[in-house]
Design a protein around this ligand. Structure first.
Ligand code: SF4
Length: 356
């Protein structure tokens, strides 16, 4: 039995031209297909009205690689969360976050996640599989179509640890840039840290922003929150961050989720400032993004009071660390990653096809 054909989404312009020729068509049909795939957002080759009718009909079952939107939930602030069903029935989430000048997509890179961070709804569901290239690109096209405007920024901060699916994620970054037209500097890859992968990423000659999620200022607390951190001591992670910045010439954005009474005490702010100083070269600006926690049903953690957040900010600034506090967008719509999928599965009486 021959393998099913590769979905067209994710294929480069050159590959699509070759494909058209293999199909007995002139190469310019591949160019047309590239436009219809990446800019008109087709879901079936039937929709490519510039193709000869007989050829379109012969190819109507050919896989394009688009998912189905199973749920769409819009928050009061305009953020839209999508639950997408993949060809094998798996469910993933993606989020469109609009502002006046930007449209950002928060994409997933895996179905579930093996890192098991104990404050995260995705971490609670376990790992099912890595996403394929077309499944990552599809998320961006889905948001673009829904909002009727171009996506300007992409953040790999949805379900999954992107560096555990590194080759596909890097292919997706190149395709987002070359095929969809999103500047690499507008793409952020967020990781909690996987041994040996930050040095690997530094060699990939990308212009993206790397965001490293610390969530704790010492190894003991970090291991409690992120069990996988047991295999990647904080000292080694910080050394890799330092080397990454030296090698790539790019700054790292550090992320720190504030959990009430757990990692938001004054001593944690002082330890964090010390840690960030170790990560940076002398004289370099230090910057950390604080994210007040968005509580989930699956974990006991709480969001800190705004006065506690303000005190944390003040202490970091006192230690010459630049701080921003991320506004939680879409707080009213199962906003934390993994929550929408979890509530959908609990509410739906029938399992989706393909899920055990
Ligand atoms: S926070 Fe990120 S890395 Fe940790 S379990 Fe959730 S999705 Fe995975």
């Amino acid at each position: 039995m021959s393998a099913p054909p590769l979905p067209l989404l994710g294929q480069s312009l050159a590959a699509l031209k070759d494909w058209a020729v293999e199909q007995g068509q002139p190469a310019y049909r591949g160019q047309q297909l590239h436009t219809w795939l990446y800019h008109k957002g087709i879901r079936s080759l039937q929709e490519v009205t510039v193709f000869p009718k007989a050829w379109r009909e012969a190819l109507q079952e050919y896989p394009v690689g688009r998912s189905q939107v199973v749920q769409r939930i819009e928050s009061r602030d305009g953020t839209v969360k999508f639950l997408l069903q993949l060809a094998d029935g798996e469910l993933i989430e993606t989020v469109g976050i609009p502002t006046a000048r930007r449209l950002t997509v928060c994409v997933s890179s895996q179905v579930g996640c093996p890192m098991a961070c104990n404050f995260c709804a995705t971490g609670k569901m376990g790992y099912r599989r890595n996403l394929k290239l077309h499944e990552i690109l599809d998320q961006v096209l889905t948001v673009q179509e829904d909002f009727g405007r171009r996506v300007s920024h992409v953040v790999f901060m949805g379900m999954g640890e992107p560096l555990l699916n590194r080759d596909t994620v890097v292919q997706a970054i190149r395709s987002l840039n070359q095929d969809i037209g999103i500047g690499q500097r507008h793409i952020t890859l967020s990781t909690v840290g996987v041994p040996r992968q930050i040095p690997w990423l530094a060699q990939q000659d990308l212009q993206i922003t790397l965001a490293v999620s610390l969530h704790a200022p010492n190894q003991e607390l970090r291991q409690q929150l992120i069990p996988s951190a047991a295999h990647y001591p904080l000292d080694a992670l910080i050394q890799d961050c330092r080397d990454y910045m030296l090698c790539s010439g790019r700054r790292i954005s550090f992320e720190y989720t504030l959990l009430a009474g757990v990692n938001d005490l004054p001593i944690h702010a002082r330890q964090l400032a010390h840690l960030l100083r170790q990560a940076s070269q002398a004289g370099a600006r230090l910057h950390v993004n604080l994210i007040p926690y968005n509580p989930i049903a699956e974990a006991d953690y709480q969001r800190p009071h705004p006065t506690r957040v303000a005190e944390f900010v003040r202490l970091l600034e006192e230690h010459h660390v630049q701080v921003s506090v991320r506004q939680t967008r879409g707080l009213d719509s199962n906003a934390a990653c993994g929550q929408l999928r979890g509530s959908f599965l609990r509410a739906s009486p029938e399992p989706a096809p393909g899920r055990s």
